[in-house]
Design a binder for this molecule. Structure first.
Ligand code: ASP
Length: 338
């Protein structure tokens, strides 16, 4: 399938050659940004060891994704490479270390979008897939659909040769304690639906990339929200809300209170502002710090446009984030003042 996809891209590139020549990606500069979630991240509650572990894992993931781009790999492969490293780490709420549902299970969501073709793939509520971003990419490349959910998504995964793993793989003590804390604080099911979730629950992962062809890509992977029930799905697998990429505007991956990101169509709104002339920084900053704040939605995004401009705004205390820009400059940040 990769070959078919590459052939399709080649034909598209040839057809678009005049436009690509005018493409604003001087020197074929590649760029990548990643996040590991936004929320209440205070220095006071962070140990030096834990902070060092976060910074090291963010650096490892962004560097690995960047290496794919340097070697001529496409944006989707860079996104997959970076996200796989974050999914495999117990530090983040995706893959290993995903949060628990009210039933004590892990239900994972992921999505990906290819800015060159506007192809996209997503999975929601899967329970036996080690790296949900890989399944989202397979939905994009190997099916006629964009979004598959639950048992059906896993039936598709089996057909594609994915290993079905035992859910005990996702367990971490840290997330189990978070569920117990959430249960204690919950008065009844109706109250838990009405109350806004604590910001500490956010730690989805995501990546956006600009490859040497000037193609953008975005991907997001998450366990969703602690104590979620009724098959709740957030913004992460929803194209336009938690993930969006289009070469004509930008690539975005979000993290935060998903219900707001869905209703305010955050990723698409940011890219539409870029399409209508706003800079990457203005577009992402306005949506996160003005529109969402006014709406009462907390969270942040990583975003990247076709010039390689990166913006990573958040309206929470911190967001785990890292980037390597078109000059090859590495940035890693956690708190709001760095
Ligand atoms: N946006 C995710 C969701 O609502 C949560 C997060 O970013 O941590 O499922």
């Amino acid at each position: 399938m990769t070959t078919v996809r590459q052939a399709r891209k080649l034909v598209l590139s040839l057809l678009l050659l005049p436009a690509l020549c005018a493409h604003a990606n001087p020197g074929n500069g590649v760029a990548i940004a990643i996040h590991g979630g936004a929320g209440t991240i205070s220095r006071a509650e962070m140990t030096a060891e834990r902070e060092a572990a976060f910074r090291a894992k963010l650096t490892e993931a962004v560097t690995a994704g960047h290496q794919v781009l340097i070697e001529g790999g496409d944006g989707v492969d860079a996104v997959r490479t970076a996200i796989n490293i974050l999914e495999d780490s117990p530090l983040f709420n995706a893959g290993k270390g995903a949060v628990f549902t009210a039933a004590g299970t892990n239900e994972l969501d992921a999505s990906v979008m290819d800015g060159a073709t506007r192809n996209a793939g997503a999975v929601a509520g899967v329970k036996h897939i080690r790296n949900p971003i890989d399944l989202a990419i397979s939905v994009m490349n190997d099916s006629k659909h964009v979004m598959l959910s639950g048992d059906g998504a896993e039936a598709f995964a089996r057909e594609q040769g994915f290993e079905m793993i035992d859910p005990s793989y996702f367990y971490t003590e840290h997330r189990w304690k978070a569920l117990e804390k959430a249960r204690e604080g919950e008065r009844d099911a109706a109250a838990s639906l009405a109350e806004p979730p604590k910001q500490t629950f956010f730690s989805t992962v995501g990546a956006v990339a600009l490859d040497a062809n000037g193609d953008l890509a975005a991907g997001t992977s998450t366990g969703g929200m602690t104590n979620k029930r009724w098959g709740r799905i957030g913004d992460s697998p929803v194209i336009g809300a938690g993930t969006f990429a289009d070469n004509a505007s930008c690539a975005v991956s979000a993290t935060g209170h998903g219900e707001f990101f869905i209703r305010w169509v955050v990723a698409y709104d940011i890219c539409q502002r870029v399409a209508h002339g706003a800079s990457m920084t203005e577009a992402a900053g306005t949506v996160i710090n003005d529109v969402l704040v006014e709406a009462g939605g907390t969270g942040g995004v990583i975003s990247l446009d076709a010039n390689g401009d990166i913006a990573m705004p958040f309206n929470t205390e911190g967001m785990y984030r890292a980037s390597i820009d078109t000059d090859g400059k590495l940035y890693v940040g956690i708190y709001g003042d760095e």
